[in-house]
Write a protein that binds this ligand. Structure first.
Ligand code: PLP
Length: 447
């Protein structure tokens, strides 16, 4: 709707919703019936009409430690008053170095160097650029191809949507990066329906990498990027042995393996990273979200020693990698990251997620047989309930469930006709039961 130009001296009505162009949102629909959170504590949001909403999604898969945790709040307040900003280029401040060291200490062995960005998307771009530049640094510039996967989500910047496999996120933007190819996704509801943990069938799909490498000549492939568990496209756990097979093919052909752990990192799987859960170590690991408990934007890209070392030749006064952000390693983000790691440790949240995994799986799978449910998948503290789409109106049924859940005091997320769940790791068994029973009630009455 066209509005009159604003008079900048006029008071702004608190309910003026027009100026904010919301991301990944049906703006016109939302603005007719807005849903607003005004506060949060631990497992709950408070809505603008004063209701409590149980957080079944850790915000956007990021608030792993729960909301407004005192240690994190205090660390941010203290840091903002002490050192608000320090340039990241040719200058430093101690907390960024401390955070990088602590991250390297919890990372899989060999991933000892950390490059800071400000989001998952920026971390993906950073990882892809490191991969390309690494091969050049070694004198192997013929490796320029990047391989992703169908149904992969790697954020929204140009590299990420190029290697990503979501047509809706790609089709508005033209040619994207060239030299990109995609493996098939691994989701097979017929052979692997109603799964918990890794799926039984489909490890052979890793050989798509070999097929693509052979087609183009393996010596032209720089890297392959996958989410160990594809999250945003509906929770697609990998088949048993799939990631190990990718690792083998990469090793055989000098291809870098990149794990996008933006969702799976920082305890979501009951381990620090999905790499630990699956026992497969990538060459580069992309993280964000749970790194700062979602509180301050930050991403961290971990790289193996050989990769870092490859950049460290040449004259010492020269910049080794022409990349970085004004806010790389920002002091307040670094303080939030350190306090978040402390909170995870102090509360034993990764161990808690591990202990809850079977409880979670059993509870979510108890929805099998409810109306409209055609598949259920769980792994770590992630779950997906796939609904039969309404004929001719895909996504509508799941979105109705989302709206209804919000009314009943539960935040869920939907992607297509799939309900995705990923609560803060502090969730209690009673609250798991509350999520499941709220959803059961909704499914029984959903059109
Ligand atoms: N990679 C994965 C696997 C994600 O799930 C996401 C976000 O959900 C991103 C990248 C992008 O992160 P951001 O939204 O912080 O840019």
């Amino acid at each position: 709707m066209r509005r009159q130009p604003m008079n900048e001296n006029a008071p702004i009505a608190p309910n003026n919703l027009e100026a904010f162009w919301m991301p990944f949102t049906a703006n016109r629909q939302f603005k007719q019936t807005p849903r607003m959170f005004v506060a949060a504590k631990d497992m709950h949001y408070t809505t603008s009409d004063g209701r409590q909403v149980l957080d079944g999604t850790a915000g956007l898969w990021c608030v792993n430690a729960g909301h407004c945790r005192p240690r994190i709040v205090e660390a941010i307040q203290k840091q903002a008053a002490e050192l608000d900003y320090a340039p990241a280029f040719q200058m430093g401040h101690p907390k960024a170095f401390e955070l990088a060291s602590r991250l390297a200490a919890i990372a899989p062995s060999g991933l000892d160097h950390v490059f800071f960005a400000n989001s998952g998307s920026e971390s993906v771009e950073t990882a892809l650029k490191i991969a390309l530049a690494y091969h050049r640094a070694k004198g192997d510039g013929a490796r320029f191809r990047l391989i992703g996967r169908e149904r992969g989500y790697h954020g929204v910047n140009f590299g990420g949507i190029s290697v990503g496999g979501i047509v809706g996120n790609r089709k508005m933007f033209g040619t994207l990066l060239t030299g990109v190819d995609h493996m098939r996704h691994t989701h097979d509801p017929v052979r692997n329906g109603y799964s918990s943990g890794e799926t039984e069938h489909g490890a052979e799909l890793a050989d798509d990498l070999l097929r693509i490498a052979t087609l183009h000549d393996p010596s032209t492939i720089a890297a392959v990027i996958v989410e160990p568990v594809a999250g945003s496209t509906g929770v697609l756990p990998p088949p048993k042995g799939y990631l190990k097979r990718l690792r083998e093919i990469c090793d055989q052909h000098g291809i870098l393996l990149i794990f996008d752990e933006v969702i799976t990192g920082y305890g979501r799987m009951g381990t620090a990273f999905a790499a630990d859960y699956f026992g497969v170590t990538p060459d580069i690991m992309v993280t964000a979200k749970g790194l700062t408990n979602g509180v301050i934007p930050m991403g961290a890209v971990y790289v193996k020693d050989e990769i870092y070392d490859a950049f460290m030749g040449g004259a010492e006064h020269l910049i080794e990698f022409a990349h970085g952000y004004t806010y790389s390693g920002n002091p307040i983000a670094a303080a939030a990251g350190l306090a978040t790691l402390e909170t995870y440790k102090e509360d034993g949240l990764f161990e808690r997620a591990k202990a809850l995994e079977p409880v979670w799986a059993e509870a979510i799978h108890s929805l099998k047989g409810e109306p409209h449910v055609i598949d259920i998948r769980t792994i770590g503290l992630i779950g997906a309930i796939e609904l039969e789409p309404i004929a001719g109106a895909p996504t509508k049924r799941a979105f109705s469930a989302f709206l209804e859940a919000y009314e009943k005091g539960l935040l869920i997320r939907t992607t297509g006709d799939i309900i995705a769940l990923s609560p803060p790791l502090m969730i209690s068994e009673d609250q798991i039961g509350e999520i499941v029973e709220t959803l059961r009630g909704i499914l029984k009455t959903l059109a």
